[in-house]
Design a protein around this ligand. Structure first.
Ligand SMILES: NC(=O)c1ccc[n+]([C@@H]2O[C@H](COP(=O)([O-])OP(=O)(O)OC[C@H]3O[C@@H](n4cnc5c(N)ncnc54)[C@H](OP(=O)(O)O)[C@@H]3O)[C@@H](O)[C@H]2O)c1
Length: 255
């Protein structure tokens, strides 16, 4: 996701982008689509690049670190992209400077928000460097690590949550009116989402949207009342479950 976004950015990078992956076919696939991408073994990347993004699943972190540890020095900046491994834990395991970056699938269209989290040894220049990279492909919002779960649930899990929300909406409409095909319902839902997302840019504030479309006693008003009965609990449950899952995964991590 990051490689595609960085190499496809309008503001081109001056330096090379390298990638490694333990599945050679995935790397090959990336190379086919991105001729400027340089590829190599994970250790080779640590030898060639001073800014590294470790983009493996939390349970693979220890193994991946083991592969690059011998090459890491104080000159390196290592950015993690997961909330599960904590920055203090990482800093204790490596000699280099560290930070976190939480990307979003929305980078695919050079939109959305990437979270930027300074690490215990990261410098002002490190954070500026990461900000400069990420601003080529998204907005950047800097937070502290303790704020990361809730923020990730919005900017990074968000595309998934929104896609499921919209799918459920289209399915409910299809159940009510099955003679309109589900694909058409999906188009109607997503086109509405796309248009509404543009309204604040056209000067209509989020609050105004509700005021404009919801007349007390009308049908939108009634639908909103129904939503108010379930949505606050649903979002609270989403936040609670993700935090709980993160805790479980975190307890299993040893670097
Ligand atoms: N997906 C998102 O939208 C998103 C957003 C923000 C953060 N994240 C975080 O990003 C991390 C990765 O998520 P993902 O969805 O990209 O998972 P993924 O699709 O499984 O990608 C992880 C990749 O890392 C490779 N890998 C594992 N160990 C390696 C090693 N030692 N050396 C080289 N490559 C190695 C895996 O190779 P194999 O193919 O051999 O397994 C796999 O291709 C997770 O921590 C996740 O929380 C994801």
């Amino acid at each position: 996701m990051l490689v595609r976004a960085l190499l496809g950015a309008d503001r081109r990078l001056d330096e090379d982008v390298w990638a490694s992956n333990r599945s050679p076919e995935k790397l090959e696939d990336l190379s086919i689509h991105h001729h400027r991408l340089r590829t190599g073994e994970t250790l080779e990347l640590a030898q060639e690049c001073k800014t590294l993004f470790l983009c493996v699943r939390p349970e693979d972190t220890a193994e991946a670190l083991e592969e690059i540890k011998s090459a890491l020095t104080a000159e390196h900046l290592l950015a993690l992209i997961t909330n599960v491994v904590e920055l203090d834990q990482l800093a204790a395991a490596v000699p280099c400077r560290t930070a976190k970056v939480i990307p979003s699938f929305a980078q695919f269209v050079r939109r959305g928000v990437s979270l930027l989290i300074p690490g215990p040894r990261s410098t002002k220049d490190d954070i500026e460097r990461l900000r400069d990279l990420l601003e080529r492909v998204s907005h950047v919002y800097e937070i502290e690590e303790s704020q990361s779960r809730a923020a990730t649930n919005v900017v990074s899990c968000g595309p998934g949550f929104l896609a499921r929300f919209c799918a459920g909406w289209a399915e409910a409409a299809h159940q009510m009116q099955p003679d309109i095909p589900i694909d058409d319902w999906e188009f109607l839902v997503w086109e509405t989402v796309r248009a509404v997302a543009e309204l604040p840019r056209a000067g209509v504030a989020e609050k105004e949207i509700l005021e404009e479309v919801s007349t007390p006693g009308g049908m939108t008003y009634e639908g909103l009342q129904a939503m108010d009965q379930v949505l606050p609990q649903m979002w609270t449950e989403v936040m609670r479950r993700t935090a709980e899952r993160e805790k479980v995964l975190r307890e299993a991590i040893r670097l």
